[in-house]
Design a binder for this molecule. Structure first.
Ligand code: GCW
Length: 671
């Protein structure tokens, strides 16, 4: 046997041992605790915190102490006289403290000299599930709804996962709400779920259909100022609180994309929200009223939320929070922040992020979203918001999120809602350690060699995760492009999609406006004047094509093909380069992953590799489709130093993925 063969077989042996011992399916998420060697002595307050520690903590004695005067969910962890003391004002606080300790254990941090004090930045840290009563999940790419026929084990895991990152609320059903969510039969089911989530500090909320008084109650109207309507809501809300005493409140999508709302009765969003708020108030419930509104006749969809909501600033009740998507259009790979966030001064607001990757390659692409949320918070002060909501990426797939790395977005959402100042790198690092390392699996007995291999894995994968969002922007929609997706499923590119009869703002040409002069949506003062919705300084910056940040250029400007970019290239050449850069990045991600085979269990290695290969092919598809299509307007050659398309435009234009909005495509462009 040659030396090379010997090395190879040792490596193979090592890997084989690894895969049998550590074959994993992702079902344990980042909570891959080992309960075998637990000897923990946990005393003090009984409850979920105690049970979790008794089952999984492998260190010295822990005392759980109730301490008045602390912020509700906050806690301290202190090493005192050979013991670890967790103190909090509430059971939830103790539980968060317990998970903090377990996180330290799992990430291999020291746990002997602790002096930690934590208070969550937001009181409300809420997941929004877009789950339907028939079990489908709108824009869900990880299987069916976990709430359809939940097993107690699965619900418990869901609750533990949420609590471990501080998520304390969940809206169980789709904002496109079916009226039957409020039927007594359905409320009984909601109660059963609420009962199982309560021990983990999680409250349930429901999305409601504004026309419920008609559709469930049999009334003739749902006019929020009609006394019978208010009476119906009051009775319904009383019924809910009888079943679920700590029910959180309602999330409402009204007069948006065909959903009913107060405007159907000549009333305003404030009339509708305040009526519900009044009914919920005696129970301490809240209303999260969404600002995601736009109408086909609007000359600029990005303007509309401000146009509808600014006149109502200051008119909302104190238990109403306006829930606003991070950008003014719709969860695009890159958008500027929604200008409502800085314009509304007298209204409580919360941000809605989308964890499910509706516009970012569904459950096929590795895209770590924390950098995007951090970008948002560099424009919108976290302190100007009341709460954070995230549209969940969770389904009944074994690994919960469809893609192993999509779990990181669930994790990061909770961590950032707890503390928006946390660095995305740090969150990625701790998630990777808990999700992939052997810590906790064999109780720190791993060899130095395996440890050092893992630390290489960790640093390389943190980098992949950190670069992944920008890569996706580049291969999908660089330089401010947006909404050039396929008509129905929002997965692949269809910048040409514009069938007769479809409303303009549901077609890509409305957004990219490519013509022989250039490309982009003119939102300047002489265009749709969207820039005016931003504070003075930003308005000026965005309004001038020479000062507008290039990553938002075609968002705000119709940019001439020969416009000179900072790189010295023309706009067209830069566009070609950006698309190509995106493709090359995905190949790099795959190469990094391939090299990690010895360090990752076989099951997850293969699953992620398969997904990354899809991502590479999809990135090429995006680049080729967009460049070849836009070239029919620019009439300029693709620069020599850019890899040239390998697909044909006419074939790509004929290619369709036969999926709707409830499925993850098996693969992307697979001709
Ligand atoms: O992004 C769009 C989605 C819809 C979704 C809507 C919304 C729940 O395509 O599927 O509906 O936004 O946020 O209300």
């Amino acid at each position: 046997m040659t030396k090379k063969h010997l090395l190879l077989s040792t490596l193979l042996l090592f890997m084989a041992g690894w895969s049998t011992a550590y074959g994993e399916d992702g079902s344990q998420l980042w909570l891959r605790f080992n309960s075998v060697n637990t000897t923990a002595q946990v005393t003090g307050v009984k409850g979920t915190a105690m049970t979790e520690l008794q089952t999984y903590w492998q260190g010295g004695p822990v005392v759980l102490k109730r301490q008045k005067g602390r912020a509700r969910d906050g806690y301290t962890i202190k090493s005192q006289g050979g013991k670890t003391v967790i103190a909090a004002a509430s059971d939830a606080g103790l539980l968060y403290g317990a998970y903090h300790l377990l996180r330290l254990q799992q990430t291999g941090e020291q746990c002997e000299r602790l002096d930690i004090s934590e208070v969550p930045f937001y009181d409300l840290r809420i997941l929004n599930h877009w789950d339907n009563p028939n079990g489908t999940v709108e824009r869900g790419f990880a299987g069916k709804s976990i709430f359809l026929n939940p097993t107690p084990e699965r619900l418990k895991m869901y609750a533990r996962a949420n609590a471990s990152v501080g998520i304390n609320g969940t809206v169980l059903n789709n904002v496109n709400a079916k009226p039957e969510a409020l039927s007594t039969a359905s409320l009984e089911k909601t109660k059963a779920i609420a009962d199982q989530l309560r021990p983990y500090g999680i409250r349930v909320y429901l999305s409601i259909n504004f026309a419920s008084p008609i559709k469930v109650g049999g009334l003739e109207t749902a006019d929020p100022l009609d006394k019978t309507v208010v009476g119906w809501w009051k009775k319904k809300v009383d019924e809910i609180y009888r079943l679920i005493p700590d029910f959180g409140g309602f999330l409402v999508k009204a007069n948006s994309e065909g959903e009913p709302g107060p405007q159907d009765f000549g009333r305003t969003h404030a009339d509708g929200a305040n009526m519900l708020a009044g009914v919920l108030k005696p129970h301490k419930g809240i209303v999260m009223w969404r600002a995601f509104v736009y109408a086909p006749q609007s000359p600029d969809r990005a303007n509309q939320a401000s146009l509808e909501f600014m006149p109502l600033d200051g008119q909302f009740a104190d238990n109403v929070i306006i829930q606003i998507k991070n950008g003014p259009v719709d969860f695009q790979p890159r958008e500027p922040y929604s200008p409502l966030f800085t314009a509304m001064q007298k209204t409580q607001m919360m941000v809605e992020f989308q964890l499910t990757q509706e516009y970012l390659g569904a459950a096929n692409h590795l895209v770590y979203l924390a950098p995007m949320w951090q970008e948002f918070f560099s424009f919108v002060k976290p302190g100007s918001l009341k709460a954070m909501a995230g549209v969940a990426n969770i389904g009944d797939d074994t690994n919960w999120c469809g893609h192993h790395f999509a779990q990181a977005n669930w994790y990061a959402f909770g961590r950032q809602a707890w503390n928006p100042a946390l660095k995305p790198e740090q969150i990625a690092d701790e998630w990777l350690k808990q999700t992939f390392s052997r810590h906790g699996k064999d109780n720190g007995q791993e060899t130095a060699a395996a440890n050092s291999q893992f630390s290489i894995f960790n640093s390389q994968l943190v980098k992949v995760m950190m670069d992944s969002r920008e890569a996706a922007v580049n291969y999908m929609m660089p330089l401010g492009l947006h909404h050039i997706f396929a008509g129905t499923h929002h997965y692949g590119p269809e910048p040409w999609y514009s069938p007769k009869g479809v409303r303009a703002d549901w077609t890509p040409p409305y957004y990219h406006r490519a013509d022989s002069v250039g490309m982009g949506f003119d939102r300047t003062l002489t265009g749709s004047a969207n820039v005016k919705q931003y504070p003075e300084a930003l308005c000026r910056l965005y309004n001038d094509v020479n000062t507008c940040p290039e990553n938002l250029l075609t968002w705000f400007h119709h940019v001439p093909w020969d416009h000179r970019m900072k790189s010295g290239r023309t706009f067209w050449d830069e566009l070609c380069h950006k698309y190509d850069e995106g493709v090359h990045e995905t190949r790099r991600f795959l190469a990094v992953w391939d090299a990690m085979q010895p360090v990752v269990d076989a099951e997850r290695f293969a699953a992620v590799q398969r997904k990354l290969r899809i991502q590479v092919r999809d990135a090429e598809w995006w680049r080729d489709a967009c460049l070849l299509y836009f070239q029919t307007f620019s009439h300029r050659p693709i620069p020599q130093d850019v890899e040239h398309p390998v697909h044909n435009l006419d074939e790509m234009m004929k290619f369709h993925i036969p999926i709707g909005m409830y499925e993850n495509p098996e693969s992307g462009y697979n001709k």
